[in-house]
Write a protein that binds this ligand. Structure first.
Ligand code: PLP
Length: 403
């Protein structure tokens, strides 16, 4: 048996996994073009505009506004949809906190609803149970890049007269039943933070299909000012959510690689899904057959500590990190954060599926799917090595606890 890297042995990955982010001369050229143009903000430059046009076209949407980041994109979409104090917005209990804090920042109340235990996506049925006469919107989160059931969400939103705002932070280019992300909602919001599948370090975008919404999004993101304004016209209480030309220069290069990278991640994630069926104690995120394009921002799986001699999830993650894999624990359930303990909210009931995921799921950053198939599948010997070394890990944890 080989010694665990965490305990001083040689890691499974003697060669590092692919790095992230990726760039080449295209980004370098675009950045220098911005520099030499002297136009570094969107209202004078051309790069943000070019990126918005390309990103909208990528999603068959009539319009897109690039913004400072995904969190601001969610706030902006909520503001432009007219959501504010006195309103409730249904969000998944299992998501990154921004989905909920954006709702709070516009003065509305986030209501957590449960997700599917297989796909980790908000379900229309649990969202429906969380509705009240105050509900103005639902924010489905396309978890890890797998889209929620947007057909059912569309019918639910229509019959209850609420808006859908998609949190597509993980999901640029994702599709549901042949339709692009963003097609059946008031707006879809993306994040270009460093870890995401499309990145400029920071950044975000909002796409929308109705022209009135697109106009309101522009106003709110531009301190209430129409595009052609020359006399300090401020029509709505907006803020400055504008993206800089630098970010767009990088994103133009990033976008040109997105389809190829998504195809690689799809191929390697499905090879891994198949291989992991034979591995006891590990159960990957399941795939809905209508979620045709999954962008795999994260590769997620349940970890059953009993199948690993009682090694805790955090012990497993530490050991996997030492073997060379960028693994992390799943997000906490939003209502279990310190934030939720300190602010007024209505919680109609516990969300057992979200709690199970928060407690048991491990995710690995998508960069490990961007090499060849053997890189992705090298996760399996790493997992088996940890199983074999479980006793040593438990002894080490006990020693640390009694020291
Ligand atoms: C990353 C993320 C956000 C926020 O995006 P930022 O660009 O980091 O502000 C929102 N929702 C989800 C689900 C995310 O993962």
């Amino acid at each position: 048996m080989s010694r665990l890297a965490l305990l001083g042995g040689t890691p499974v990955r003697t060669q590092p996994l692919p790095s992230w982010p990726k760039w080449d001369d295209q980004e370098r050229r675009e950045l220098l073009a911005v520099l030499d143009s002297g136009n570094w903000w969107r209202l004078a430059g051309t790069k943000v505009r070019a990126f918005e046009a390309a990103f909208a076209a990528h999603h068959s949407a009539p319009g897109c506004w690039a913004v400072t980041n995904g969190t601001h994109g969610l706030e902006l979409a909520l503001l432009a949809a007219g959501i504010g104090p006195g309103d409730e917005v249904v969000v998944p209990a299992f998501t990154f906190i921004s989905t909920a804090t954006a709702v709070m920042r516009v003065g509305a109340v986030p209501i957590a609803a449960d997700v599917d235990p297989g796909t980790f996506c908000l379900t229309p049925a649990s969202a429906q149970r969380a509705l009240s006469p105050r509900t103005k919107a639902i924010i489905p989160v396309h978890m890890a890049g797998q889209m929620c059931d947007m057909d059912q969400f569309h019918s639910l939103a229509k019959s209850h007269d609420v808006h859908l705002i998609e949190d597509a932070a993980h999901a640029p280019g994702a599709t549901w039943a042949g339709k692009s992300v963003g097609t059946t909602s008031k707006a879809a919001v993306f994040s270009f933070q460093q870890m995401k599948v499309l990145t400029a370090g920071e950044g975000g975008a909002v796409i929308a299909h109705d022209s009135d919404m697109l106009e309101r999004l522009f106003l709110y993101h531009n301190v209430g000012r129409p595009a052609a304004d020359r006399r300090y016209q401020h029509l709505v209480p907006g803020s400055n959510y504008r993206m800089s030309e630098w970010q767009a220069a990088v994103l133009l290069g990033q976008l040109s690689r997105l389809n190829d990278q998504t195809a690689l991640r799809e191929a390697h994630a499905s090879a891994l899904d198949r291989a992991l069926r034979e591995v006891p104690g590990i159960r990957p995120q399941s795939r809905h057959p209508k979620a045709l394009t999954h962008t795999h921002y994260m590769y997620m799986f349940y970890y059953d500590s009993e199948a690993f001699g009682g090694v805790s999830r955090s012990g497993f993650i530490q050991a996997l990190n030492a073997e060379g894999f960028p693994a992390y624990p799943a997000y906490p359930v939003i209502y279990n954060t310190e934030l939720f303990a300190s602010v007024a909210h209505r919680q109609p009931g516990k969300c057992p599926n979200a709690e199970g995921i928060a407690n048991e799921v491990v995710w690995i950053h998508h960069r490990f799917l961007l090499g060849d198939e053997a890189d992705a599948l090298s996760l399996i010997p790493a997992i088996e090595k940890i199983r074999e070394g479980a006793e040593d890990l438990v002894t080490k944890a006990k020693g640390a606890a009694s020291a």
